[in-house]
Design a protein around this ligand. Structure first.
Ligand code: AMP
Ligand code: GLY
Length: 422
């Protein structure tokens, strides 16, 4: 089979490596891929949001199956366009991707179907929103409705911050049209868990759970980032909690989307908070998480392409999805300064004998050299029998990789280790 994977990050690199394990895969094209992905796939100069370009490329090259991973093309309807052109896809269509594309939609869906989430109000008028946050309980959470590169959530500790958050999103349009509407919601507490799940619109099969580390610096200090590292499984996510989530969140969400005439096929990402009142949904993403994918797929024992085809073809119920009971840790090596400004263009080199998997996120090839080209540069993943061994092996991998201006957190997995000790 000829496959096409849309995207250019570490997540896409992990997806491509896993897809390659299937002996039926002849060629994988990456649109656009990156300098590191080029070692595992044929990179094609078509941007991840270029729907016409992707359709043209798929037709001209007789692509058998497309995997659309990033949020933007999914929300823009790339799957609809490819399917209409006769190219089967893994990923939700535009109608279903709205579960991530609009927080107003997802909050209203949860309310309508009784899926546990933070209580909230929706506003499209800045004056009404400002009047509300003058009285709302603190801290309060202000979210732009639409996509905002993962930055559209502002947690206000004080009245002034809440007013500032509303103004920056609704009046100054910090996130453009994504802020035409906002959700103001209750602040929840508890450990966070990411659960990615395969679904064909009817059946849902969760993958192994994971824990992201969103803040830039050690001890969860600094700005929110796309994610600085992950471990899987997440020790807070016990068997009992998993069963509770299945009954109160996963199945009801899949059924709700189907009932709304928006059956979701692909990977649905449940961002959960384990609150004192039970698990609640913080957010849905219509895709694999980054860097969750870099720890989840290395633990997957069954075939990824088979699972993806089953999601597309409504055959998930009879498809076996299997994960190992090992542990994985991924440490993101970034350019110092990320998520704000940073220097790039430094050469990446590896010592001999690196045992960890290196997933490349932000690098380009120039004259045969791999140069840094983004904020998140590499994800170094190790798998082991225990969590401490996985953490140690991932950091041993980090020690063997070099580039100028490299920055990484030193405490990926530390919170998970404390949870295991409790
Ligand atoms: P998101 O961009 O939706 O992933 O949100 C970023 C982060 O904000 C989440 O990972 C949570 O840590 C935090 N967050 C979002 N909503 C809430 C909430 N209602 N209560 C507490 N924290 C939240
Ligand atoms: N790591 C969080 C996300 O992919 O949105």
């Amino acid at each position: 089979m000829k496959l096409m994977v849309i995207g250019s990050g570490g997540r896409e690199h992990a997806v491509i490596r896993k897809l390659k394990e299937n002996p039926g895969v002849e060629t994988i094209y990456a649109l656009p891929g990156n300098g590191g992905i080029a070692a595992d796939a044929v990179c094609v100069d078509v941007g991840a949001k270029d729907i016409d370009g992707a359709v043209r490329f798929a037709r001209e090259n007789a692509v058998d199956f497309a995997v659309v991973t990033p949020d933007d093309p999914l929300v823009l309807g790339m799957v609809d366009a490819l399917e209409a052109a006769g190219v089967p896809c893994f990923g939700p269509d535009k109608k279903a991707a709205v579960i991530e594309g609009s927080k107003v939609f997802s909050k209203n869906l949860m309310k309508k179907y009784g899926i546990p989430t933070a209580s909230y109000e929706v506003f499209d008028d800045p004056a009404a929103a400002l009047a509300y946050v003058e009285k709302a309980p603190l801290p309060t959470v202000v979210k732009a409705d639409g996509l905002a590169l993962g930055k559209g959530v502002l947690i206000a500790q004080t009245r002034e911050e809440a007013v500032e958050a509303v103004k920056s999103i609704m009046e100054d349009k910090k996130f453009g049209a994504s802020g035409d509407q906002i959700v103001v919601e209750e602040f929840l507490t508890g450990p966070e868990v990411s659960v990615l799940a395969f679904t064909d619109g009817v059946t849902v099969k969760p993958m192994v759970s994971s824990m992201d580390h969103k803040r830039a610096h050690d001890d969860d200090q600094g700005l929110n980032t796309g994610g600085m590292g992950t471990v899987a499984p997440n020790p807070y996510y016990t068997r009992d909690i998993a069963e509770q989530c299945m009954q109160t969140i996963f199945k009801p969400t899949i059924a709700a989307m189907a009932a709304e005439g928006r059956p979701f096929r692909g990977c649905l990402y449940f961002g959960l908070m384990l609150t004192p009142e039970g698990p609640k949904v913080i957010e849905y993403n219509c895709r694999f998480g980054d860097p969750e994918t870099q720890v989840v797929l290395p633990l997957m024992q069954s075939d990824l392409l088979t699972a993806m085809l089953a999601c597309r073809n409504g055959a998930l119920a009879e498809t076996e999805i299997r994960f190992s009971d090992k542990h994985a840790c991924c440490v993101i090596m970034a350019s110092d300064g990320y998520p704000e400004s940073y220097e790039k263009g430094y050469e990446i080199t590896y010592d001999e004998g690196i045992a960890a998997q290196v997933y490349v996120a932000g690098a380009k090839l120039a004259d045969g050299k791999l140069l840094t080209s983004g904020g998140r540069v590499l994800g170094i993943t190790a798998v082991a029998d225990t969590l401490p061994e996985a953490i140690q092996a991932a950091y041993a991998g980090v020690e063997k990789v070099h580039f100028g201006n490299a920055y990484y957190r030193h405490d990926i997995g530390a919170r998970a280790m404390r949870a295991l000790a409790d």
